[in-house]
Design a protein around this ligand. Sequence first.
Ligand SMILES: *Cc1c(COP(=O)(O)O)cnc(C)c1O
Length: 426
Amino acid sequence: MNHFELSGGELACEDVGLSAIAEAVGTPVYVYSTATLERHYTVLRDALVSEGLGDPLIAFAVKSNSNVAVLRTLGRLGAGADTVSEGEIRRALAAGIPAERIVFSGVGKTEAEIAFALRNGVGEINVESEPEMHTASAVAQSMGTRATIAIRVNPDVSAGGHAKISTGKSDNKFGVSFSEAERLYAQASNNAGLKPVGVTCHIGSQITHLAPLEEAFVKMRSLVERLRGEGLAVERLDLGGGLGVPYFNMPTPATPADYAAMIARTMKGLDVQFAFEPGRMISANAGVLLSTVQHIHERPEGRKFVVLDAAMNDLIRPAMYDAYHDIRPVKPREGDPVTYDVVGPICETGDTFTRDRDLPRLEAGDLVAFMSAGAYGAVMSSEYNSRLLVPEVLVNGDQFAVIRPRPTYEDMLDREAMPGWLASDT
Ligand SMILES: *Cc1c(COP(=O)(O)O)cnc(C)c1O
């Protein structure tokens, strides 16, 4: 459920009509709903707690939506943060998320990033390979400390979904095999720079069926039991993120309640602290990208192109993953739908959001909203074509605030520098 509904003929976010935001901030602009972010977090947390899964750490995947106001909204409810770079750790800390609730994931952490995480007391470093484990140990020892780590396992299950967001097969770059995990865990337990506390997995994103998750989780449970059988302490089991969300026109995913029940079933009797790293399921349906129709371009063969002021640099998911976003006019017209291709202004054929989509009739100046754009939307935006970075707005009840302003062209140009040999303009 989300808080973007028609109200008096106009699409609103909570109690704010989207046209008021477009007027105040201009378009394109991302708009997020506080109530939806809070609801998604709370529904997941309540489902896990009511299944008797203790006091789980729900570390929001910052890469899905890294705005510090969004992070603070979730952090205030008790969320932690799953991060993949020093920049994301800094965002989580700036949002006020306690360091011990921050998890540091990612396959290529640099020494400097590991040192930063250790200096700031980050709660868990998810180690993805043997060389990385040795780096973490060396950095920690040079600082006279121990790195609290979890070993990321690649459970070798196929989760379906798009190949670019599948991470749990043994032929992709994430994590180590089960046998390697056992060996590394034992090694880490005897290493002066390391304190292994658990194991972790993340098999992919937008997983709509529970079966692949369950297959992975059963294997993770056996791993915990094998490690304990060898006398090793395992306090935490981090089950990653990846539960899919109901994107319009897509298979309905399992609910948080089904997910929690499956975990309770597969983990029955296992005494560990559970951790989760959900991104998309919290943020995707909490955001829209708002855009204005520039014009309708009708080709002689009959194709009708809706040319927007938003482009692939603002929302790249359709171009990168063939992602489907429901597109809704902010003030839908009555009457028969029209079949449109919806495109951006960038000089690439890939700058096409959708083809042959039936939509209520549109005219120049109309506002449209790309639904389910709160995850992997603004975070992947760029200035390609020297288009200004898309701004972000957060709504809370009848209030809204700009949480990332649109830069000016001066800001954009001021970031660049002329080398000395080109300094004079002749
Ligand atoms: C991307 C990622 C997540 C979040 O994935 P979602 O599909 O957005 O829930 C969680 N953990 C890790 C390690 C990731 O790489």
